[in-house]
Design a protein around this ligand. Structure first.
Ligand code: F6R
Length: 609
C-alpha cells in the first residue's frame, strides 16, 4: 500500500530514489513520483504508471541534488493519475509530502483549509497534510509536522521536506511501517528494509506515534508530543542478493523454486536429535504456559489465512487442541468470545497487514496470549505479539505469496508438533516420525519442481478457459482455496475454491464443458469420497484435472489430466499439492502475458483497512 523512500547525504539522490522505488514497487504500482530539494525550491516529477514510466520521464528532465523523496502509489483516495501521484505540495509549493495510509478525516480538514483560503490541486487525502504543514510552519519543519499530525485521524507514515527549512526530512508514523537506514554521512527513509539492503544494515524502526528529524549530520527521534525518544539501531541479517531475480524471468518463479530451501531453513535448528524433542524456546511462551491452553484461535488474511486453515488441521490432529480460524478483517467486527485459556496465533508474512495487526491489538487488550507467525523479523506484528515464530523464507517480492505459504505451513506444523509435545499427546517415537516426514518434504518438492515442464504444457492446453473450479476436502480444501486464489490473482481467470462435499449443494450447477475442475486428491482418508465427486463431475461432461499421488493408477482412467505428486504422510500433503497449483497459475499467467509479479489492483503489503 504505497512505498516511501527518502535520502539525504552526498550521493546523487535520483538513482538512490529510483532504485529504492523499484524495490518498493511491489507495495503499489499505479503511479509514482519523486521530489528533489534545491535550496530555493523543490522539483517534482510524477507519472501515472510504473517506476519504469517515471524513469522514462526523468530521462527528459535533469533533476540534480543530494536530498529528496520518492513514492510509489496504490490508490485509495483519488484515481491513479499524474495529479494524484505523490509527492504532494501546499499552496506555495514549499512543503512536499509523501504518505502511505489513509487520512480518515481528510474531508473535514480539507473543508476547513479551503475556508482558510488554501487551494487544493488533487483528489487525494494526502494533500491536506501539505496544507496543514504550511499552516503551522513558523521556522521549524519538525515542529510544523508535529502540529499537523495532531489534526490527523487514520493511518499514516509520512515524510516531509521543505526548502524553507533546508537539509531536513521529517517523518512520522502512525500505523504503516517506516524505517531509517544509517550510513556514514547519509540517511535513508523507507517503508521497508528492502531498498536499504544495498546501502546499509543499520536500521532504526519507528514505532507508532513516533517521528524523526533526519539531516545529513544525524537524526533525532521524538514522540508525537515532542519528547525526545532513545532508539536502538538494529543490525539486519537479510542480504541484497535475496532480493535479486537470479536468472529467473519473474520473482514469483524464483520464489516457487526457493520453496524446498525455505522449508529446510524454517525447520533448521528447531529439533534436537539428541533429546528427540522440538526446541521452540524462541516462542516467548514457556512449555508450562503452553500446556494450559485449551483452545487455539488463528487470525490471518488471504494466503496466510489459507495456511492458517491447514494449520487448524495440523493442530487439531497432532495436539488435540480445538482450533478456530477467522479472517482477521472479520474478527475485528465480531463479538468474538476469547478467554485466557485461548492461545491466539496471528499469521502474516509481511507482519504489517492492517487487519491482522488491528486484530492482534484487540487480543492484547483482552490480555490473551498471542503468537505471531511472520516472515519479517522486526515487523509491527513481530514486535507487538507476545511470542514470535519466524518463517525463514527471506524477502518475498512477487505480489502473489508462494514461498511464504510453504514457510507458514512449516511453522504451523512445528507449532502443532510442539503443542503435542508439551501436552504429551504424541509418543517420542511418533513425534520423531512426524518430524522425519517434515524433513523429507524439501526433497519431495524438488522432485515436483523437476517436472515443471509438464505443468507448463498443461497450462498451454488450459490457458484459454475463463472459469475454473478448485475442489478439495479435509487438508486439501485450503489447498483448493489457495490454488484458486493464485490463478485469479495473477492470470485474472475466475476461479472458485470449494470443499468438494459442498458441490452438490450448489456449485455443481456450474459444471459444463467450459468449466474445468482442478481436483486435489492425494491418497488420504477422503480419497473415495473425492472419487465420487469426480464421477459426479464427469457425468455432467465436466473436464477434470487432478493433483493426485504418483502411485495412484486408479485415477488415470477417471480424469482428463493428472498432475502427480509424491507420497507423504496424508496430513502433510498440502506442502506438495500446492506447489503444482502455483506453477499452473504462473504458467497460465505467463502465456496470457500479464504482469505476473505486479498483478493489477493488488499490493503486497496491505497496510490499510
Ligand atoms: C495472495 C497474497 C495475499 C496475502 C494477504 C495477507 O497471494 O499474497 O492474499 O496473503 O494480503 O498478507 P500477509 O501475509 O502479509 O498478512
Amino acid at each position: 500500500m504505497c512505498g516511501i523512500i527518502g535520502y539525504i547525504g552526498s550521493q546523487k539522490v535520483l538513482p538512490v530514489l529510483i532504485e529504492g522505488l523499484k524495490k518498493l514497487e511491489y507495495r503499489g504500482y499505479d503511479s509514482a513520483g519523486i521530489a528533489v530539494a534545491g535550496r530555493r525550491h523543490v522539483r517534482l516529477c510524477r507519472v501515472k504508471g510504473k517506476i519504469s514510466d517515471l524513469e522514462k520521464k526523468l530521462n527528459q528532465e535533469s533533476l540534480d541534488g543530494n536530498y529528496g523523496l520518492g513514492h510509489t502509489r496504490w490508490a485509495t483516495h483519488g484515481r491513479p493519475s499524474e495529479e494524484n501521484a505523490h509527492p504532494h505540495q501546499d499552496c506555495t509549493g514549499s512543503f512536499v509530502v509523501v504518505h502511505n495510509g489513509i487520512i480518515e478525516n481528510y474531508l473535514s480538514l480539507k473543508k476547513e483549509l479551503i475556508n482558510e483560503g488554501h487551494a487544493f490541486q488533487t483528489e487525494t487525502d494526502t494533500e491536506v497534510i501539505a496544507h496543514l504543514v504550511e499552516k503551522y510552519f513558523e521556522e521549524n519543519l519538525g515542529e510544523a509536522v508535529q502540529r499537523a499530525i495532531q489534526d490527523l485521524k487514520g493511518a499514516f507514515s509520512l515524510a516531509v521536506l521543505s526548502p524553507l527549512d533546508w537539509g531536513k526530512i521529517v517523518i512520522a508514523k502512525m500505523g504503516p511501517p517506516a524505517v531509517v537506514g544509517i550510513n556514514e554521512g547519509e540517511y535513508f527513509i523507507s517503508s521497508d528494509i528492502n531498498p536499504l539492503l544495498s546501502h546499509t544494515r543499520n536500521i532504526v524502526f519507528l514505532e507508532d506515534q513516533e517521528m524523526a528529524v533526519v539531516t545529513k549530520e544525524g537524526f533525532q527521534f521524538f514522540d508525537f508530543e515532542g519528547k525526545a525518544v532513545e532508539k536502538k539501531v538494529e543490525q539486519l541479517s537479510w542480504t541484497p542478493l535475496m532480493i535479486e531475480k537470479r536468472g529467473f524471468k519473474h520473482f514469483m518463479l524464483k520464489e516457487i523454486y526457493e520453496q524446498p530451501q525455505v522449508v529446510r531453513d524454517t525447520i533448521s535448528g528447531r529439533f534436537s536429535l539428541e533429546s528427540k524433542k522440538l526446541c521452540l524456546d524462541e516462542l516467548g511462551l514457556s512449555p508450562q504456559k503452553l500446556k494450559h491452553f485449551s483452545r487455539v484461535v488463528i487470525l490471518a488474511c488471504g494466503t496466510s489465512y489459507h495456511a492458517g486453515l491447514v494449520g487448524k488441521y495440523f493442530i487439531e490432529s497432532l495436539s488435540g487442541i480445538p482450533t478456530d480460524i477467522e479472517y482477521a478483517s472479520e474478527y475485528r467486527y465480531r463479538d468474538f468470545i476469547l478467554d485466557r485459556n485461548s492461545l491466539v496465533l496471528v499469521i502474516s508474512q509481511s507482519g504489517e497487514t492492517a487487519d491482522t495487526l488491528a486484530a492482534l491489538r484487540e487480543i492484547k487488550k483482552q490480555k490473551c496470549a498471542s503468537l505471531a507467525v511472520t516472515n519479517v523479523p522486526k515487523s509491527s506484528i513481530a514486535r507487538e505479539a507476545q511470542g514470535v515464530l519466524l518463517t525463514h523464507a527471506g524477502p518475498e517480492i512477487g505480489v502473489a505469496a508462494t514461498k511464504t505459504f510453504s514457510a507458514q505451513l512449516t511453522a504451523l506444523a512445528l507449532t502443532a508438533l510442539y503443542l503435542a509435545q508439551v501436552k504429551g499427546k504424541l509418543k517420542e517415537k511418533d513425534l520423531l516420525t512426524f518430524f522425519q516426514q517434515l524433513q523429507r518434504i524439501p526433497h519431495l518438492m524438488e522432485s515436483i519442481l523437476g517436472k515443471a515442464k509438464s505443468i507448463q504444457e498443461l497450462a498451454q492446453r488450459y490457458h484459454a478457459y475463463s472459469h475454473f473450479l478448485y475442489l478439495g476436502r479435509w487438508v486439501s480444501f485450503p489447498v483448493a482455496l489457495e490454488g484458486a486464489l493464485k490463478l485469479k490473482e495473477i492470470s485474472y481467470i475466475h476461479a472458485e475454491g470449494y470443499p468438494s462435499g459442498e458441490m452438490k449443494h450448489g456449485p455443481i450447477a456450474l459444471i459444463d464443458e467450459k468449466m474445468p475442475s482442478m481436483v486435489i486428491i492425494p491418497r488420504d482418508r477422503v480419497y473415495e469420497k473425492m472419487m465420487s465427486n469426480i464421477s459426479e463431475i464427469k457425468t455432467r461432461v465436466g473436464c477434470v484435472l487432478a493433483v493426485a499421488s504418483e502411485d495412484d493408477r486408479e485415477i488415470l482412467s477417471n480424469v482428463d489430466e493428472v498432475i502427480p505428486v509424491p507420497s507423504v504422510h496424508p496430513l502433510f500433503t498440502p506442502f506438495l499439492t500446492t506447489l503444482p497449483l502455483q506453477l499452473f497459475a504462473y504458467y497460465i499467467a505467463a502465456i496470457r502475458g500479464v504482469d505476473i509479479d505486479q498483478p493489477r489492483n493488488l499490493a503486497k503489503s496491505v497496510t490499510v483497512e
